[in-house]
Design a protein around this ligand. Structure first.
Ligand SMILES: Cc1cc2nc3c(=O)[nH]c(=O)nc-3n(C[C@H](O)[C@H](O)[C@H](O)COP(=O)(O)OP(=O)(O)OC[C@H]3O[C@@H](n4cnc5c(N)ncnc54)[C@H](O)[C@@H]3O)c2cc1C
Length: 278
């Protein structure tokens, strides 16, 4: 059995499916709002370390001034400023974008999930962090708020997208149809989310394969899109996210207004964030 057959087999799908146009194109029905927030820096203190899966660390922080923290959308991001004791005076600390996975402004707590990879200031800091360590954050600067009234949601990504995907799946209204397609290295990287939504998870295991776009597309080709209004969200390595957006637009004829895609990192480049548009 080839790799793609193996994936199909695991997902319990077979046969091929023709691309289908989706939605009835009344695009005004689900207004997507852009909201700006006042940005400020906050000092966090690491309070808890939880290994969610072998390659995903959840770090929980306390913050005395979280009272006016606003994160209106599951895919908001904050800047993390990593302390670098060896940096020359006056140089800026390395900063990277992360998703506020969970937060409680009344309790003054915030959690951030780190997908560990080979090397980089963020991954190294998270892997060696100890309770009591300080961390500075900034933002979110704004939110793109997608309404909760789409008939269905399709969320596509890799490990770096999982915090935002988890937040959205957990927040969706009871019974909302949401399918997630996430590439991970091994079976044991799959996560579960508490949700009232009608969530269908699809974990696509790389097992050594290096092209997430090929894997995702093979599985998505078998996925029937309901003939009603749907929102598609994509976040992954930049070239993968671009290919997935093109696939949804050009092959599945999904309305571009109802697709949001971003490169959450870029192979061979540090600190990359790409909004993927036309
Ligand atoms: C809006 C937004 C939200 C994000 N939210 C999260 C989040 O909640 N959790 C999370 O873990 N990540 C998240 N990311 C991704 C994260 O910002 C990047 O992976 C970031 O590059 C990690 O920084 P680093 O210092 O570890 O590596 P960098 O110094 O930035 O990169 C070093 C090298 O590692 C490579 N690299 C970077 N990330 C990965 C990766 N995931 N896998 C393999 N190679 C990689 C780069 O190509 C580069 O060659 C988010 C990104 C964006 C844009």
């Amino acid at each position: 059995m080839g790799r793609l057959d193996l994936i199909r087999h695991r997902l319990g799908i077979a046969g091929s499916q023709q691309p289908q146009p989706t939605g009835n194109r009344n695009l005004d029905r689900h207004p997507i709002a852009r909201v700006r927030h006042e940005t400020r820096r906050r000092q966090l203190t690491l309070a808890t370390i939880e290994r969610l899966t072998p390659r995903m660390l959840r770090l929980g922080f306390t913050c005395p001034d979280l009272g006016d923290f606003v994160s209106a959308s599951p895919d908001d991001h904050i800047k993390l400023f990593f302390p670098d004791p060896e940096a020359a005076e006056g140089t800026k600390p390395p900063m990277r974008d992360f998703t506020p996975r969970k937060f409680d402004v009344a309790a003054g707590t915030i959690e951030i999930d780190f997908a560990l990879h080979e090397a980089g200031p963020a991954t190294s800091w998270a892997a060696s962090a100890r309770v009591g360590d300080p961390l500075e954050i900034g933002g979110p600067r704004g939110s793109v708020v997608v309404p909760d009234d789409f008939d269905w949601y399709l969320l596509i990504g890799d490990e770096t997208a999982l915090p935002a995907i988890g937040r959205r799946v957990e927040q969706l209204r009871a019974g909302a149809r949401v399918a997630t397609f996430v590439t991970v290295d091994h079976d044991d990287e799959a996560q579960s989310f508490d949700t009232l939504a009608d969530w269908v998870p699809n974990w696509i295991i790389r097992e050594g394969a290096t092209d997430d776009a090929v894997l995702l597309r093979a599985v998505l080709e078998q996925h029937e899109l309901p003939a009603a209004d749907g929102f598609v969200w994509i976040a992954a390595e930049a070239s993968v996210a671009r290919e997935m957006r093109s696939y949804m637009l050009d092959v599945r004829n999904h309305p571009r207004e109802w697709i949001k895609a971003a490169g959450y990192w870029k192979r061979g480049e540090a600190d990359a964030h790409e909004k993927i548009e036309d």
